[in-house]
Design a binder for this molecule. Structure first.
Ligand SMILES: NC(=O)C1=CN([C@@H]2O[C@H](COP(=O)(O)OP(=O)(O)OC[C@H]3O[C@@H](n4cnc5c(N)ncnc54)[C@H](O)[C@@H]3O)[C@@H](O)[C@H]2O)C=CC1
Ligand SMILES: O=C(O)C(=O)Cc1ccc(O)cc1
Length: 290
């Protein structure tokens, strides 16, 4: 099928971070012919986006944006900013403008955004691609190529949902539709819990270093570095993800605590069989991923 990026002619990316910036670079690379507008509260990000030719025009005041040219808006800021941004931009939107996002949490948030923005159509999107880096200065044009991308539409606006899906397919993503609440349980388990554990693991070494007066961070092994790369992720982005997906994140932390407790007990009792059971089962599952 011919590439038309969903037929959108003017795209506004709100938040020129690693994800918003990578989206702009990907559109250029994949041959998008329309205009790309960027918005960010941080002027340096706008300057960098212009320097990289990722955007045609950049703004830090909503009033200044040529809204008549914009038929697709992508929210690409931390998830807890989405609702206030939706309220701010709503008065400026053209009737047929579609609003979407790239946020890591969906659930009730996408239902609230749908309500705030109607009669405009909001379509929730989560690209399963990223790194621990932040800002457009770390953007990659091929971040979304062949990457999984989840759409969590609500409402019956098939035509607009399909336009958003086509937009991302033309960038090279592998799209999939999922219920927004199922999405939040799945990604609490495979993404939010691992990030929480990585942040907490580094914290526990800070505590141990203070307790002992030994700078444990002078001796990081490959395992520690592999395990904690994601603890270098943006505190602002992750604070919002943990809070916006609070119930699922708390549940997955409870389950993790039980798994850790089981291992702890087996070590305490020197129960070799139980230790081997736990490690073998985990190892087998992890090896089946590669
Ligand atoms: N970093 C990652 O690997 C992934 C992140 N996401 C989601 O993408 C979204 C953006 O995250 P990143 O690009 O990583 O963050 P980032 O920190 O790299 O960029 C966020 C940008 O938004 C701007 N910003 C913050 N509040 C704003 C506001 N109220 N109005 C306008 N601009 C504002 C910041 O100045 C910054 O330039 C988040 O919702 C996150 O959950 C989704 C997939 C992967
Ligand atoms: O850095 C990594 O490996 C990530 O896991 C990036 C990431 C962060 C947030 C998402 O919602 C999706 C992907």
């Amino acid at each position: 099928m011919e590439k038309d990026f969903g037929g959108f002619k003017g795209i506004l990316i709100i938040g020129l971070g690693i994800i918003g910036g990578s989206l702009a670079l990907a559109l250029r690379k994949e041959g998008y012919k329309g205009k790309i507008y960027g918005f960010d509260l941080n002027k340096n990000r706008i300057e960098k986006a212009l320097e990289l030719k990722a955007i045609d025009e950049g703004y830090d005041f909503y009033e200044m944006i040529p809204w008549e040219n914009i038929d697709f808006v992508v929210l690409s800021t931390p998830v807890k900013t989405f609702e206030s941004i939706a309220l701010k931009i709503k008065p400026f939107l053209k009737d047929d403008t579609v609003i979407s996002d790239v946020g890591s949490v969906k659930g009730d948030l996408v239902l609230r955004l749908y309500e705030i923005l109607k009669p405009h159509v909001f379509v929730g999107v989560h690209p399963i691609a990223g790194t621990e880096k932040e800002g457009i200065e770390n953007a990659k044009y091929d971040l979304f190529k062949n990457a999984r991308l989840i759409l969590t539409p609500v409402g019956e606006d098939r035509e607009k949902i399909e336009k958003v899906e086509k937009f991302w397919k033309d960038i090279g993503s592998k799209t999939e539709i999922m219920d927004p609440h199922l999405h939040d349980f799945v990604f609490a388990s495979v993404s939010h819990l691992p990030h929480a554990i990585a942040f907490a693991l580094v914290d526990s070494l800070i505590v141990l270093s203070k307790e002992t007066g030994i700078d444990l961070f002078k001796y990081p092994g490959g395992g520690f570095k592999d395990f904690t790369r994601i603890a270098a992720s943006s505190p602002t982005v992750w604070k919002d993800i943990f809070l916006e997906n609070k119930e699922n994140v708390l549940h997955t932390i409870d389950v993790f605590e039980k798994s850790l407790e089981r291992l702890k007990e087996a070590i305490k009792k020197e129960d070799e069989k139980e230790i081997l059971n736990i490690l073998s089962e985990s190892r087998e599952k992890r090896m089946s991923l590669d």
